[in-house]
Design a protein around this ligand. Structure first.
Ligand code: ADP
Ligand code: MG
Length: 251
């Protein structure tokens, strides 16, 4: 019997000769928040991108909920329909917001449900308004993205990801491109999602936030998970020298 929401085993990825993920094994319980940290180039983004099939691994297996993909090195994926279903399990938020500039905030959030899920317009409208309210942007529904601050754009991006009703949210340095005074409003939205029981993997350099919000911390280096454990324990008392060295940059 499996109770975990996400199970990754033996995951391998290389770009040409560069091995980026060596043998990644990771289990995430439903409702858990995982902070994924590590130096630049350690493979964090690639790992998240594999989970969303933006990158196709050479080997290993990823299960999210009841959907499983096993990768056999053929770089081929099963049918488009399976891919779409698998992908719709995971909402992804990137460092750069990638909002559609020619659409209003409301239209940006409605777009996925309308075009991917064929949701009726009235329903998509109601869903988008509810989500924009949740991220504190009810007053910006009719505004175009170029009129928003970075923090507001990122909150729209979160609402847009949530509009696909994913069971897992993946955040890849969602606050790294923001001015420092705008980081808090985005972290607050992420904190609220965590409190609601959303299963999340958060790549972040906000160690204080990770310590406070994450259940578990995963430290990656050179394509390997070096250390993993309860977030507070690992941050306050890392077992591995590499983890200690990395964390020392944040004090
Ligand atoms: P991180 O997010 O931890 O900084 P990444 O997963 O972005 O690390 O990158 C890991 C390594 O893989 C880096 O050396 C990076 O240059 C390389 N890499 C990432 N994506 C590609 C790609 N599409 N093609 C070639 N190399 C890539
Ligand atoms: Mg990255």
């Amino acid at each position: 019997m499996t109770t975990s929401k996400i199970e990754i085993s033996g995951l391998r990825k290389q770009f040409g000769d560069l091995v980026v993920l060596r043998d990644i094994n990771l289990k995430v319980e439903a409702g858990a928040v995982i902070a994924l940290i590590g130096p630049s180039g350690s493979g964090k983004s690639t790992l998240l991108r594999c989970m969303n099939l933006l990158v196709v691994p050479e080997g290993g297996r990823i299960r999210i909920g009841d959907d499983v993909f096993a990768f056999d090195g053929s770089a081929k994926l099963p049918g488009v329909r399976e891919q779409a279903r698998f992908r719709s399990n995971t909402g992804m938020v990137f460092q750069h917001f990638n909002l559609f500039p020619h659409m209003t905030v409301l239209q940006n959030v409605m777009e996925g449900p309308l075009s991917v899920k064929n949701m009726p317009k009235a329903e998509a409208d109601a869903l988008a308004r509810r989500l924009l309210d949740k991220v504190g942007l009810s007053d910006k529904v009719d505004v175009f993205p170029n009129k928003l601050s970075g923090g507001q754009k990122q909150r729209v991006a979160i609402a847009r990801a949530l509009a696909m009703e994913p069971s897992v949210m993946l955040f890849d340095e969602a606050t790294s491109a923001l001015d420092p005074e705008l980081v808090g409003e985005v972290l607050n939205v992420m904190r609220a999602l965590a409190a609601e029981g959303m299963t999340m993997i958060i790549v972040t350099h906000e160690i204080g936030f990770a310590r406070e919000v994450a259940d578990r911390l995963v430290f990656m280096r050179d394509g390997v998970i070096v250390e993993e454990g309860p977030a507070r324990e690992v941050i306050d008392n890392p077992k591995e020298e590499a983890t200690r060295a990395f964390l020392s940059h944040f004090h």
